[in-house]
Design a protein around this ligand. Structure first.
Ligand code: GLU
Ligand code: ZN
Length: 494
């Protein structure tokens, strides 16, 4: 039997890490089994729906390179794949259930339902749910309601006896007494809109879905869905509910922890390879130790059995590590084109970069590669080339463990070593050794010499490697800035 899985998001917000992980698991599972990956848009909640969310769904999957075999845009044999375009179908199936006695029309007004609720709270101090008032209406009673023009909802007739069990690949059997399942939930609203449960079950069946991998928060809906499959006389698919994604504090991942939308990560300059690799590892592993996986590898080796039972912990630092790894692995040309928009945004290069600007960006790639965690870091790392605001605060030049006096000496003598060394054509390593020797002579740490030089050249303590910065600035500018820095410190220590 062909494996058919789906990602079925509701476009009510930006795609977040948890949702994308669900998409990835379904996608990789389909690929690894030679099956089909379906995208289905569950947009029945029209109040929370937004066009922006739908566009974000497409953009995010595009960016990650996750192509769907069937779904919106590409179509497929079981379309449409957007639920709001399938309303007629849901009505038809709900009415079929009524004909078969598995569901019934309910004409209760919101006021009546509220009264029932209040009475239940008053008498039993617990809300029991709908009182099944319309479960056994006579034809005359129904006709009377219809005459009054009341539009009914359709409710599922949940058995009052027995229990319902469904099997989950990770959690095993999950059993619930039928009387604990919501009494006769609404399947079709009076305006013809299906509820999530109805549309979800009908679509999974009609689209031939064989395995459902979705968030664990849907487990409570499991028994109801099984009852629906039974009512229709359909075979339920295999369930695999995915453990939650948590922050490091063990709480469900949320904005409190940091960015959660993929769009945010993309804006900051995370690479799709890093997101795919790391997010897949939040709750899945091949052998407990392999960390680096390309998308192509995951398309081959993903197994449902290797999904963890425990919640996954999303560690932002770990994602940074993966991103750094993929930045260093990135082709220079591609990295240059990824860096360009940040440099344009910062006003460092023009919207239509000249040949010189393009060449400069290419020159930045090598040095930046080593230092960037995210591509947007290029702005701070390269600011010194495009803006020159000397640091006037002497404290910034002074490294930990050094003092103003030693810093001045280190800068003055260090600059000489550096410039004369470079002009004499010495090896970088040799010059570096001389600077280290200087730090020993002055009785300060190595950074006590490098920090004032770095701040003098780049106006910052975070910067590209020293010799790269010098190459980018050119010799004249290097001399000018070092001289100026000496002047700033001299004003105090001359
Ligand atoms: N539309 C539901 C969601 O966004 C789908 C749940 C499911 O996969 O069944 O969570
Ligand atoms: Zn009713």
């Amino acid at each position: 039997m062909e494996v058919r899985v789906r990602y079925a998001p509701s476009p009510t917000g930006l795609q977040h890490i948890g949702g994308v992980r669900t998409a990835l698991y379904n996608y990789f599972f389909a690929k690894a089994n030679g099956g089909k990956f379906i995208l289905r848009v569950e947009d029945t909640d029209r109040e929370r729906y937004s066009d922006e969310s739908l566009q974000d769904l497409y953009d995010t999957l595009d960016w990650l390179g996750i192509e769907w075999d069937e779904g919106p845009v590409v179509g497929g044999p079981f379309g449409p794949y957007i639920q709001s375009e399938r309303f007629e179908l849901y009505r038809k199936y709900a009415e079929q259930l009524v004909k078969d006695g598995k569901a019934y029309y309910c004409y209760c007004s919101p006021e009546r339902l509220e009264k029932v609720r209040q009475e239940q709270i008053a008498s039993k101090s617990e809300y029991q749910g709908y009182d099944r008032h319309c479960a056994n209406l006579t034809d005359e009673e129904r006709a009377e309601y219809e005459r009054q023009g009341i539009k009914p909802v359709i409710r599922l007739r949940v058995p009052t006896e027995g229990s319902t069990t469904f099997h989950d690949v990770l959690m095993g059997d999950i059993t619930r007494r039928n009387r604990d399942v919501s009494p006769d939930p609404i399947l079709l609203k009076s305006d013809g809109f299906p509820t999530y449960h109805l549309a979800n079950v009908i679509d999974d069946h009609l689209m031939g879905v064989t395995h459902i991998m979705r968030a664990q928060e849907w487990i409570p809906s499991g028994p109801l869905h099984i009852l629906l499959y039974k009512a229709f006389g359909w075979e339920p698919p295999v369930y695999c509910h995915l453990p939650m994604v948590m922050g490091k504090d063990g709480q469900k991942l949320s904005k409190r922890h940091g960015s959660t939308s993929v769009r945010d990560f993309r804006t900051k300059g995370y690479l799709p390879e890093a997101i795919i690799n790391y997010v897949t590892l939040v709750g899945w592993s091949l052998d407990g130790s392999t960390e680096i996986f390309s998308k192509q590898e995951l398309e081959k080796c993903f197994r449902m059995e290797n999904i963890h039972k425990k919640p996954g912990i999303f560690d932002y630092k770990k994602l940074d590590w993966f991103n750094g790894y993929y930045i260093r692995a990135c082709e220079d040309e591609r990295l240059a084109s990824l860096m360009t928009p940040y440099l344009q945004e910062a006003g460092f290069i023009s919207k239509e970069p000249s040949e010189d600007e393009k060449a400069l960006v290419m020159k930045l790639v090598g040095p930046c590669k080593e230092r960037m965690k995210v591509v947007s870091d290029v702005v701070e790392l390269s600011r010194f080339l495009f803006e020159d605001k000397p640091v006037e605060d002497v404290g910034v030049y002074v490294a930990k463990g050094s003092d103003e006096e030693s810093t001045f000496k280190a800068l003055e003598r260090g600059s000489k070593i550096l410039i004369s060394g470079l002009e004499a054509g010495k090896e970088e390593q040799e010059i570096e050794e001389e600077l280290v020797a200087l730090s020993k002579e002055l009785g300060i740490k190595v950074n006590g010499v490098f920090q004032p030089i770095r701040v003098g050249l780049t106006n910052s303590t975070v910067s590209l490697p020293l010799f790269d910065s010098i190459r980018l600035l050119g010799m004249d500018e290097t001399k000018r800035r070092l001289g100026r820095a000496i002047g700033i410190l001299e004003a105090i220590h001359g």
